[in-house]
Design a protein around this ligand. Structure first.
Ligand code: AP5
Length: 209
């Protein structure tokens, strides 16, 4: 199963990826995670990526396209993949189409987590993650157990100010993907305003899991 997850920052893509991976044996490919891992190293590439993410701007297409092309070559992608946060521009979507065509593959579903901006500030500013397990929590909606609270971290770009810029990027550059995938009959709208359990149920229904 070849899947793409689209949605604004904080819509719940990372949270729901966990449920999908439990139901289907495919790897999650999060370009946000790949970029954060790059930034945690040294060198010109780390500096270049940081310059964009710290301002809430998208990293240039050619850089991200190369990262994904390389990742899709790995053996674990043979049964399929869940692309989380990629593509994010029409240029990236066209690049992905070409990458898949070269490999004789195609997308099965593009899952859109649909949610209004007003709900995202609280989701983003309350998000914390566990650096040991990678698990995502929310201080109000998915409170962490007491034994992990002290080691939780907050992402540097999870401030209200940077979120506003990320949302502008989403509406200007990522929203055009919706008609792109609608025309191809791939877009599946999921109501992202529901509870985590309801969202999970709707996604699994769409995927037949
Ligand atoms: P990335 O890491 O992809 O961030 P994002 O798209 O902004 O998405 P988030 O990870 O913030 O949100 P999410 O939808 O995964 O929400 P989550 O499940 O955590 O990208 C970061 C940066 O990297 C970008 O700004 C850009 O610079 C760069 N980048 C990445 N990909 C790129 C690309 N393709 N091209 C160019 N640049 C790229 O949920 C959020 C919180 O809400 C959590 O605390 C969770 O517990 C809670 N929550 C989740 N669901 C619910 C619910 N239903 N009800 C209540 N709370 C909920």
């Amino acid at each position: 199963m070849n899947l793409v997850f689209v949605g604004p920052p904080g819509a719940g893509k990372g949270t729901q990826a966990e449920a999908i991976l439990k139901a289907f044996p495919i790897p999650q490919i999060s370009t946000g995670d790949i970029i954060r891992a790059t930034i945690s190293g040294d060198g010109a590439l780390a500096d270049e990526c940081r310059r964009y993410t710290e301002k809430g701007l998208l990293v240039p297409d050619d850089l991200v396209n190369r990262m994904v092309d390389r990742r899709l070559q790995a053996d674990d992608c043979r049964p399929g993949f869940l692309l989380d946060g990629y593509p994010r521009t029409v240029n990236q979507a066209e690049a992905l189409e070409a990458m898949l065509e070269r490999r004789g593959r195609a997308l099965d579903h593009v899952l859109l987590l649909d949610i209004v901006d007003d709900l995202l500030v609280e989701r983003i500013t309350g998000r914390r993650s566990d650096p040991e397990t990678g698990k995502i929590y929310h201080l109000k909606f998915d409170p962490p157990p007491a034994e992990v609270v002290n080691r939780l971290v907050q992402r540097e770009d999870d401030t209200e100010q940077v979120l506003r810029r990320r949302l502008t990027e989403y509406h200007e550059k990522t929203a055009p993907l919706l008609p792109f995938y609608q025309e191809r009959g791939l877009l599946r709208r999921i109501d992202g305003t529901q509870s985590m359990a309801q969202v999970r149920k709707q996604i699994l229904q769409v995927l037949g899991g």
